[in-house]
Design a protein around this ligand. Structure first.
Ligand code: AHR
Length: 518
């Protein structure tokens, strides 16, 4: 049976659910695909919010820190993130963005006014990390800055001034001020989110009201020479179809480059009670987390279908600019700081979610994991001057081969992973071909106890060798600590062989594998 290309893995998985597939060898086919369809590198974006220890005590070293620094930017973090090729970094929020007044964060540090970070723990924000510091961080990372403008408590003029300050090169007061603050040339920032979660912390607006507000802001979001703006609409909460429908209906296509979506994975699925554990969970919460993360496919499909009605040429990008696992905070930490550990389970969520995005690359052209350092599903955790890489970091390391590569659709039927009375597809995958012709296949086996055997046909692909790397660990809830930072680490993968013109793979239980065929 043939499946529509970009739903291949998950549609096939649904078929497996209905036919009760057995543990026989999975037959997979890598198709040639449309040479024009790329997996945008921006799917691999990250997020830096003024929240907990993401900026202060994270990216921005404490005053007494001995960690390697440039200015106060932590260079151990920069070096680690450079290795996974961060394509864009979103800042300053999140909910914080709609309370942030950018002008308080430029100029001599000692003269910058302080503010209360009302959303996140009521901490005193001294504005020492502001626009120049963020853009210097982006420069060190070699990444695209993605700014979120304050719509909830700011003004059109304030946003417009920020754009002029950053992007113009005429002798206006804004530009003279930027030059006086040490940056003669325009920064040329083109990615601009107009508000964040405008249905919630960004102003509790209705979709109808927000779209009017958006159009007003977007009108005064000017292009400066050499910097055409990517204007981004604050999009839906989860599967809220009405929000997306209203945005697509009310906002002219030429006023928006992208529309966002926020979709988090909560182990229990509950926002009101316990969200679930980051560590020490059993198979029940392992299963429910994976089941909840798989909902991303249906949610993206739903919004993409609405967008298709108004934009059949798929000009507007869907940007899932907040996603990830959200658990209860680590015991004893500030509940407002959203600090959580990160286990092998979360790495499987990352691999699965990135496969979903790759398989929807015709519409999903950006995403941002929440958040890069010390918050929610962080890729990096710090403790004073120490730093560790989480299991999720290693998935971004593995998957960087897909960035800007040609998308190759896959066909297969997944076996089930059953727990209690429920089942989910055990296997998910995506594939691409890079500029040098190497094919990469990322495979995730969610089953915690059963290996999967795969036989893959690659018609039209010429290849001689297969190599790979694997991420797994002894237990589903294993994680890295500052004492044992390599409990969950990458290893060479020897479970793939060329058999005739087919690829034979034995995929270990609870693992993420990325193969390279050349
Ligand atoms: O990532 C934490 C918060 O989650 C963000 O600030 C907000 O946009 C979302 O509700």
């Amino acid at each position: 049976m043939k499946f529509p290309t970009h739903f291949a893995a998950f549609a096939a998985a649904s078929l497996a659910l209905s036919t009760g597939a057995t543990a026989q060898t999975v037959q997979m086919t890598v198709q040639a695909g449309d040479p024009k369809l790329q997996i945008s590198k921006h799917i691999y974006g990250h997020f830096a919010e003024h929240l907990g220890r993401c900026i202060y005590g994270g990216f921005w070293a404490d005053k007494d820190s001995k960690a390697p620094q440039q200015g106060r930017i932590r260079m151990d973090i920069v070096e680690a993130l450079k290795k996974i090729k961060v394509p864009n970094l979103r800042w300053p929020g999140g909910c914080f963005a709609d309370t942030y007044h950018w002008h308080d964060g430029v100029g001599p540090t000692a003269q910058r006014p302080k503010m209360l970070n009302l959303w996140w723990g009521n901490t005193l924000e001294d504005n020492s990390f502001g626009t120049h510091e963020f853009l210097e961080l982006c420069n060190l990372l070699g990444t695209e800055p993605y700014l979120a403008a304050n719509v909830g408590s700011g003004t059109v003029q304030e946003m417009s001034n920020w754009m002029e300050y950053l992007n113009s090169n005429e002798d206006t007061p804004m530009v003279l001020e930027r030059r006086a603050n040490g940056h003669p040339e325009p920064y040329k920032v083109s990615w601009w989110g107009i508000g964040n979660e405008s249905w919630g912390c960004g102003g509790n607006m209705t979709a109808e009201y927000y779209t009017d507000v958006y159009k007003r802001y977007a009108t005064f979001a000017h292009n400066y020479p050499g910097t055409p703006l990517k204007r981004i609409v604050s999009g839906a909460n989860g599967d809220d179809a009405h929000w997306t429908e209203t945005c697509m209906k009310n906002i002219p296509l030429n006023q928006m480059w992208g529309l966002t979506l926020h979709q988090y994975t909560l182990p229990t699925g509950s926002w009101s009670g316990s969200k679930g554990k980051a560590t020490g969970f059993g198979e029940d919460q392992y299963f429910s987390t994976l089941r909840n993360c798989l909902k991303m496919d249906a949610v993206v499909s739903k919004h993409a279908a609405i967008m298709d009605k108004y934009d059949k040429d798929k000009k507007v990008a869907l940007l899932v600019d907040e996603w990830g696992v959200w658990t209860d905070v680590e015991p004893g930490t500030n509940p407002g700081f959203l600090y959580q550990q990160n286990s092998l389970r979360d790495a499987l969520v990352a691999g699965t979610t990135l496969n979903i995005f790759n398989n929807h690359c015709d519409r999903v052209r950006g995403a941002n994991l929440a958040q890069a350092v010390n918050v929610l599903q962080a890729v990096i955790l710090t403790e004073k001057d120490k730093m560790l890489l989480t299991p999720t970091y290693h998935v971004f390391d593995l998957y960087q081969v897909h960035q800007d590569a040609q998308y190759l659709p896959l066909q297969f039927s997944s076996p089930d992973y059953a727990f209690g009375n429920e089942k989910i597809p055990a296997l998910n995958a995506s594939a691409s071909k890079d500029a040098k012709g190497a094919v990469h296949i990322s495979l995730v086996n969610l089953d915690p106890t059963k290996a999967l055997t795969l036989e893959t046909a690659l018609p039209g692909v010429t290849w001689k060798t297969v190599t790979g790397r694997v991420l797994t660990s002894a237990k589903i809830n294993d994680y890295n600590t500052f004492e044992k930072p390599n409990t969950v680490a990458l290893a060479a993968f020897n479970g793939a062989k060329k058999r005739g013109d087919k690829l034979a793979v034995t995929l270990p239980p609870k693992s993420v594998v990325v193969l390279e065929l050349k």
